[in-house]
Design a protein around this ligand. Sequence first.
Ligand code: ZN
Length: 165
Amino acid sequence: MSAFDDILQANQKYVGGFAYSGLTGKAARGLAVVTCMDSRIDPLGLLGLKAGDAKILRNAGARVTDDVLRTLVLAVYLLGVERVLVMPHTDCGMSKVTDADVHALTYAQGVDTRSLEFHTVPDQSAALRHDLTRIRTSPFLPDKLPVAGAIYDVHTGGLVPVEMP
Ligand code: ZN
């Protein structure tokens, strides 16, 4: 008995109906999406995409970190990405705490996290604009790369554009 039995069993079923063996690692729709790890977000479903269509980059808060930039460079130059959507969401846990709050919460559980930056989001639209600018001004990404920002509403399923090229 393993804590992962359920997902291994589910995978056995998935293999039975597997239909994606012909795909390559290139993003067929030329899209990369940067979004949050929030478990309510189904990035492929909400954008009308399927496996093979897009690169999905997820982290806490949909932040454009150094690692997201690194991944976007690879996605653009090696993996067919021609446009980037940064998609944070409503009711995001990262917008409800500060880094100091997180440090205090973990410290209360005996862990000192002060050497980590959590990139919490005190102002969601300011953070989104900052992150879009980070992509647009990256010296490693094409000047004309279309970069959009939109906020996903976890209660309606709707996408509210914030910046669209
Ligand atoms: Zn979130």
